[in-house]
Design a protein around this ligand. Structure first.
Ligand code: XMP
Length: 217
């Protein structure tokens, strides 16, 4: 069974802490992105880790030149257990992030680099989908830890997972974006993660919703 990753895109620190504590029994990993970090500060990652004892992955979809990617990765991985970057920027930009993660690994700090292949929203079909298989191939070549692939398109999810065969998959699109969890479960395995955000944190009872998703998984 795949694991459950909570996308914690709320804008208020006390709400973020409350939801992450309430749901932590059912959630395997927490994903924090620009909404919460920009509304608070980078230290929110540490504070949520301390409260929940969960892995926290930073979804910054880093997409810059190698020198800038390196700086962003260094600052982020100082707090987070992993970082999400874009693959379309090319091999050297992703490699700059992998190099930073390697430095942390050398001092016994395991950090994950997770690369976006094809995004889950409708607009991703225009420019990302036509190149996503190539990006997934690059994920295999670079040996990234994980890839992001869409639960909104289970057929594409399967193809991308097969292409990047050494990487685990984290997959958004179930819940608010309408992805079919039963179809997704035919593709993902125990190394992978289903990402759920709004369907948990906007629910009037986030704990019950997280429990429901955990049971469905
Ligand atoms: P919802 O509320 O739709 O949250 O359950 C989904 C979370 O995942 C992020 N997201 C993506 N991240 N590639 C990514 O790297 C994607 O294709 C993608 N689609 C959604 C979204 O920002 C939210 O945090």
């Amino acid at each position: 069974m795949p694991k459950l990753m909570l996308a914690l895109d709320v804008l208020d620190e006390s709400e973020a802490i409350k939801i992450s504590e309430e749901t932590s029994e059912y959630v395997d990993c927490i994903k924090i992105g620009y909404p919460l970090v920009l509304a608070t500060d980078l230290g929110i990652i540490k504070r949520i880790k301390e409260k929940t004892n969960k892995e926290v992955i930073c979804d910054f979809k880093v997409a810059d030149i190698p020198a800038t990617n390196e700086k962003i990765a260094r600052l982020t991985l100082n707090y987070a257990d992993g970082i999400i970057c874009q693959g379309f920027v090319g091999l050297d930009s992703v490699k700059a992030i992998i190099n930073v993660a390697e430095e942390y690994k050398q001092v016994g700090n395991s950090k994950k680099v997770i690369m976006v292949t094809e995004m889950s929203h409708e607009g991703a079909k225009s420019f990302m989908q036509p190149i996503a298989n190539e990006i997934a191939k690059m994920a295999g070549k670079l040996n990234v830890d994980g890839i992001v692939a869409p639960s909104t398109r289970p057929t594409r999810l399967k193809e991308l997972k097969e292409i990047a065969n050494n990487a685990f998959v984290i997959s958004p699109g179930v819940g608010a974006q309408g992805g079919d969890l039963q179809e997704v479960l035919k593709v993902l395995d125990e190394n992978d993660y289903v990402i759920v955000g709004r369907a948990i944190y906007l629910n009037e009872n986030p704990k019950e919703s997280a429990k429901k998703y955990k049971e469905l998984l």
